[in-house]
Design a protein around this ligand. Structure first.
Ligand code: ZN
Length: 295
């Protein structure tokens, strides 16, 4: 077996067949394996992903107190990397534009989005410019060709500008406990899950950018009751553990039947804050664009 990410050839470190977390495809199982060299995870490739993205549940997400709290975590990280209100920003794979709307409300007027699956953002015109900050959050794991995606992203960063990548951390996932990690695996939509070291190797060594910051904790975490992964993963598990379970309305009877949820509703953050479940890395493109490598 050859790893598509690091080209290592040999038997995988571990492999399994794991179900999809999409409700109407929950009986579909997919091969997933971990490369013995780079430790990234790969899922078998499909000829047609369209059935799995039809009526995609995450498109139902709307802005509200929780989502804004989570986006606030992203904004803090961008500000620490030097984001200013006058900077131009591209949100690549922006979905229906929730983060764009949040950033505009916070005074970042020069933000644009690109998402080929959302008519409002499908124009490739946004890709004709270069930007001070290019964001690509929860996208690269969906792409069968992550290197080609990185090339596209880096080409859109102005020399001296910043690329912000967010993706689940393959090191956090234990294939022996599939139901616990099923939303990180999100089969078959997540084609490749990278490790922090592999991502650094590709972006820094192959493409010549410099890492300026790295966070190992998912941005979707907050002390606000019910806003921590420890709570919402448990909440989803008692509702069947499909991705659609995230949109179930919390009911009193659920908490009566599963009293431990009350504890995690309020104190989940204390448990999840120590997780290393995510990679959010910010990379600076050299000020002289000619320094870029071209793998
Ligand atoms: Zn590999």
């Amino acid at each position: 077996m050859k790893c598509h990410l690091c080209s290592h050839e040999g038997p995988p470190l571990e492999s399994s067949r794991i179900r999809s977390n999409i409700g109407r495809h929950r009986n579909d199982h997919f091969a997933v394996w971990r490369c013995a060299a780079c430790r990234s995870l790969s899922c078998e490739r499909l000829a047609d992903y369209a059935p799995y993205y039809q009526g995609y549940a995450l498109r139902n997400m709307e802005r509200g107190r929780l989502v804004d709290e989570w986006y606030g975590n992203i904004l803090k990280r961008l500000q620490q990397a030097g984001l200013g209100e006058q900077d131009t920003i591209l949100d690549f794979g922006c979905g229906h534009g929730l983060l764009i709307s949040y950033l505009r409300d916070r005074g970042y007027a020069q933000v644009r989005g690109y998402d080929p699956y959302t008519p409002e953002f499908a124009s490739r015109e946004a890709l004709a410019a270069v930007y001070d900050f290019v964001l690509c959050i929860d996208v690269i794991e969906h792409d069968p060709e992550p290197r080609a995606l990185l090339r596209t992203l880096i080409d859109r960063v102005r020399p001296g500008g910043c690329l912000c990548l967010g993706t689940p951390n393959a090191e956090f996932i234990n294939l022996a406990q599939p139901e616990k990690f099923i939303h990180y695996l999100h089969l078959p939509c997540h084609v490749h899950l990278l490790t922090p070291s592999l991502l650094d190797r590709i972006v820094c060594e192959e493409f010549g950018l410099r890492r300026v910051a790295s966070y190992d904790h998912w941005f979707m975490d907050s002390w606000i009751p019910g806003a921590s992964p420890e709570f919402f993963e448990r909440f989803m598990r008692v509702h069947g553990n499909d991705m659609e379970s995230a949109f179930e309305k919390p009911r009193l009877t659920t908490f009566i039947k599963h009293p431990s949820l009350i504890y995690f509703l309020f104190f989940g953050w204390f448990h999840s804050r120590r997780r290393r479940d995510y990679i959010m890395s910010l990379y600076q493109r050299p000020a002289d664009g000619n320094d870029l490598q071209a793998p």
